[in-house]
Design a protein. Structure first.
Lengths: 119, 865
């Protein structure tokens, strides 16, 4: 229903993390992945809030697995990206690439100064 | 789910990086976590499904999280509410017990008390006499007229206090009794625990004397024996037959403390219309009101006034509800105390609103994020309201418990003169009040911060962070709260200042004689068995002389005697004719008449101003003389000598010559200015000396020795009353002292709260302006200038509060008028002192933040931003 919804930065990161983890995409792992790959420290609840919202929009789906001892007898909730999520990610990527087009040289000129937010 | 992930993350980190790192990670996870509200909000926005309980549980969870996060704020809020609600509830329980709780009789609303009004003293300068004139007692014949007129009373009786001597086989004892008619028991409608109460026949002339015992008297003094009914008890030589015992706790309202109730004794000049000593207590007929009864009795009094011009000309009638009659004297004080504690509660609320508003600002960013994440504004407001309400309700409940725990202690502190203290308790009314106060508090403290937070503009808040509020409307709103707080504290401080100064005035008031070491003993000799009045009088006189001689022989004390002693509770007013300098007469001048032994003035320490004191030589056969006080001399012979002037007392004895003028003494109470007074030698008056004054280093021991002397002289005579003057004065000042101490402590509390409030606002604004201060310092401003601006900020708040407070006290100060002794409500000294105190509070509150601001290191601050 929300095909034209724009993804926020953290939403993109979360979707990407889920895609990268494949069949191993659940809360704690997604958190680790974000920390390791994107240097982004996010709280578990923030990740759940984001992914739940994306699920409401039909971009991911989730299911529960069997409980494990390591988790104090609590079940894992696994996530997987739906085709709509992939489309949204692709759109976001395209938009960014368009915006960057022709700016690489200017970026090199201002060498050393750090970049800011993408939103 | 989340918990599972947290556990997994924790154990993995612990394996890889050790326990400390894992703990640290876990803390950050907890502090950084948020309720999963967005999921539901989004779902609602999409129109899919509803949350169970509307999210209240999550709101509460979030409160718990926040309390863990900021325990200091939560503790400060709850503790302030607990103290304020606790104090308010405790004071209310006193108001409830004394003023509001209905009397413990069937249909208490229909009970009334009625008196005559005596026009003679209605406008007297003495408050005591004015009150007496408004509640002027009835005589038995007048009561009979009232009863016959059949006014709107279903039943009615009369009652008066009587100290009686209870003659036991081995000794005589003084007991406090009430002389009543059967109507009193009919009106109060309380059945006896044993036997019967008075019946109409007991009031008939010639009926034998009967007594109904209080439960305490029966149990403690007569051993609680079951066959007490029908036995005899001798009071002032008259045998009374015991007919009943009342249940525990029974007392005639306004006449508490009586040990037994007797039928109206015969021969007590019961028939004389001018022997007025009774209060009427009645039960209204259905439909009748206090006003209708007063109108009817007033009309009746008009007719009686015409018929008996000598005894009751222009007398009126005064009817009051029985409860009001009993507690009317303390009504103003108690409501005033409740109002004062209410002010403290209001100040506490303002303070809490301020704290919450500040923490709300610190949370602006968080709220903005949540708003950005899709949380509805209403939800955010509700969340904040739930948070403040939870803290306030928690505090309020602790407060109510505190009040319940502290109540017995508080009741112990109440002045003993307060009526109905025994009915002060935590009952359902008090609980409802406590809960209501808590609820109002909870709503009040939360609403402002919540509304302010609701206006958060996410974009702006995110951009500004938590720093940019200094001069904004948030700052102004908080400043307004503090100004209101200071104004209320100022009001309480003025009240406390006025009451304290008035109390000092009262306690340092010149009494006219040294009260320390002075005791008074009242002895009424048993003269039963003497045939006529003349013989009895002679016997009394004889007893007095003998007692005087024996008491004089006691070591380590000086003694004298009189018919009335100042400040001891006895007053005898009489009318005299006074001859002026031009030989014209002032007839029926109202004066206090004091009959004394010659050494009285000396033992009392009353200074002689002119002429001579009374002497042994002023015997029965000598020239009739009198000594007057300065007030009388000034009133009638101002500017001339009083010596040699003449006075004739109402008994129309021969003229007396004034031989001396002595200093004034306060007689009826320390509050009442000295009234005209004459002193007559006992040997030249028909009045009996029955008050013995003892002056000793240890008045209590002196009294007990004197009591032994009385018992030796006459085993059937009891000591009626023993008074240590300083104790009695302390008692009479107990209510003003309590009132003063109470309001002073409240004002202290209010000042501390206001100080914290001002400090909070100034300190917060310093934090907000750190960058600005740093810039100014970097640009060359001096420490002193920075301190100055910050101090001025605190002072400004205080001065505005002060002006507002002054407006409140000037317009409302009349509340205090009746409590003040010799002090105007606009006393400039008090206002000046309080202004100084408030200014100091402002400076003190600003000083710490000001110092902090001046120590800002510009480089560190500017680099960090």
């Amino acid at each position: 229903m929300a095909k034209t919804d724009h993804l926020g930065e953290f939403e993109q990161l979360a979707l990407l993390a889920v895609m990268r983890l494949g069949e191993d995409a659940y809360g704690a792992r997604i958190q680790e992945e974000l920390d390791r790959t994107a240097a982004r420290e996010a709280s578990i609840s923030a990740i759940y809030i984001t992914l739940t919202r994306l699920e409401e929009k039909g971009m991911v789906r989730s299911w529960k697995a069997l409980p494990t001892d390591e988790r104090g007898g609590r079940a894992r909730r696994y996530f997987a990206v739906e085709p709509e999520g992939v489309v949204a990610l692709d759109e976001a990527r395209q938009r960014l690439l368009c915006m960057w087009d022709g700016l690489e040289s200017a970026l090199d000129a201002a060498a050393g100064s750090a970049g800011g937010d993408g939103t | 789910m989340v918990e599972g992930d947290l556990r997994e993350g924790y154990s993995r980190r612990r394996r890889k990086r050790g326990r400390r790192a894992a703990d640290w990670w876990a803390w950050r996870q907890v502090l950084g976590s948020r309720p999963l509200e967005s999921r539901r909000t989004v779902r609602r926005a999409n129109g899919r499904g509803r949350t169970l309980g509307g999210g209240w549980i999550e709101d509460l969870r979030s409160v718990v999280r926040r309390v863990r996060h900021r325990p200091a704020v939560a503790a400060a809020v709850s503790a302030t509410v607990a103290v304020a609600v606790g104090a308010t509830t405790a004071v209310f329980s006193v108001v409830n017990g004394v003023l509001l709780r209905p009397l413990d009789f069937p249909e208490p609303d229909r009970l009334v008390a009625a008196w005559q009004t005596n026009p003679e003293w209605m406008d007297h300068s003495s408050l005591m006499l004015r009150n007496f004139a408004r509640r002027f007692p009835l005589s038995v014949p007048t009561f009979n007229d009232w009863q016959e007129a059949n006014t709107g009373l279903e039943s009615v009786g009369i009652v008066t206090f009587e100290d009686r001597t209870w003659q036991r086989p081995d000794r005589a004892e003084n007991i406090s009794t009430l002389a009543v008619t059967h109507g009193i028991f009919e009106v109060l409608a309380v059945p006896p625990a044993m036997g019967r109460v008075l019946l109409p026949d007991d009031d008939r002339p010639g009926a034998s004397a009967v007594a109904v015992l209080s439960h305490g008297f029966w149990l403690d003094r007569l051993g609680g024996s079951a066959d007490v009914l029908g036995t005899g008890i001798t009071l002032d030589g008259t045998p009374h037959s015991v007919i009943g015992v009342m249940p525990p706790g029974f007392a005639v309202p306004g006449f508490e403390g009586a040990e037994l109730w007797t039928s109206r004794p015969e021969g007590q000049k019961a028939g004389a219309r001018d022997s007025q000593s009774f209060t009427a207590i009645g039960r209204l007929e259905p439909g009748a009101t206090v006003a209708s009864l007063e109108a009817e009795l007033g009309a009746l009094q008009d007719r009686l006034s015409e018929r008996y011009p000598d005894e009751q000309q222009d007398f009126g009638a005064n009817v009051e509800g029985l409860l009001e009659a009993e507690v009317g004297g303390v009504q103003t004080t108690l409501w005033f105390l409740l109002g004062s504690v209410g002010l403290v509660l209001a100040i506490a609320c303002l303070n809490i609103a301020n704290i919450l508003s500040v923490t709300g600002i610190a949370r602006r960013q968080e709220l903005a994020v949540r708003a950005a994440l899709g949380a509805e504004r209403g939800r955010l407001v509700r969340g904040l309201l739930v948070e403040s309400a939870a803290l306030a309700i928690f505090g309020g409940l602790i407060g109510v418990v505190l009040a319940a725990v502290a109540l017995p202690g508080l009741t112990g502190l109440l002045p003993p003169s307060l009526p109905r203290v025994e009915s002060v308790a935590m009952d359902s009314t008090v609980l409802v009040f406590g809960v209501a106060v808590t609820t109002v508090t909870a709503m009040f403290v939360g609403i402002l911060p919540a509304l302010r937070a609701a206006r958060v503009d996410p974009g702006q808040a995110m951009a500004e962070g938590a720093r940019a509020v200094a001069g904004g409307s948030g700052g102004r709103a908080r400043a307004a709260l503090v100004v209101a707080e200071v104004a209320l504290a100022f009001t309480l401080l003025v009240g406390a200042g006025l009451l304290s100064r008035s109390y000092v005035n009262l306690s340092t008031e010149e009494r006219g004689f040294p009260t320390a070491g002075l005791a008074v003993m009242s002895v009424s000799p048993d003269v039963e068995g003497y045939g006529n009045e003349e013989e009895a009088r002679a016997a009394r006189r004889q007893f007095g002389m003998e007692l005087h001689d024996r008491l004089r022989a006691l070591p380590a004390m000086r003694i004298s005697g009189s018919n009335q002693v100042p400040l001891s509770g006895s007053t005898s007013v009489t009318s005299v004719d006074i001859e002026l300098a031009d030989r014209t007469l002032v007839e029926d001048a109202s004066v206090l008449i004091t009959v004394v032994f010659p050494d009285y003035l000396d033992v009392m320490g009353i200074p002689l101003l002119q002429g001579r004191a009374l002497a042994e030589a002023d015997g029965e056969q000598a020239e009739q003389v009198a000594v007057v006080n300065e007030a009388l001399a000034n009133a009638y012979w101002a500017g001339e000598t009083a010596i040699g002037r003449r006075i004739r007392d109402a008994e129309r004895e021969e003229w007396r010559t004034v031989v001396g003028v002595v200093g004034d003494v306060r007689h009826q109470s320390i509050r009442e200015p000295a009234e005209p007074k004459i002193y007559l030698p006992a040997s030249q008056s028909r009045r009996t000396i029955d008050q013995w004054i003892l002056r000793a280093d240890d008045p209590a021991t002196a009294l007990s020795r004197a009591r032994e002397v009385v018992a030796e002289l006459s085993p059937t005579t009891s000591v009626r009353r023993e008074v240590i003057l300083d104790d009695r004065i302390a008692q009479s000042m107990a209510l003003p002292r309590f009132r003063t101490l109470f309001v002073v402590s409240l004002a202290g509390l209010a000042t501390v709260l206001a100080l914290l409030g001002v400090y909070g606002v100034v300190a917060f604004s310093v934090v907000q302006r750190t960058r600005e201060v740093a810039l100014r310092l970097a640009l060359g401003a001096r420490d002193r200038e920075v301190v100055g601006t910050t101090l001025t900020e605190g002072l400004k708040l205080c001065v505005t509060g002060l002006v507002l407070g002054a407006a409140i006290t000037v317009s409302g100060g009349r509340v205090l008028e009746s409590f003040l002794y010799d002090l105007p409500t606009l006393d400039p000294v008090t206002y000046l002192l309080v202004t100084v105190v408030v200014a100091l509070v402002g400076l003190a509150a600003g000083y710490v933040p000001a110092r902090r601001a001046s120590r800002v290191d510009p480089m560190t601050v500017l680099k960090s931003q």
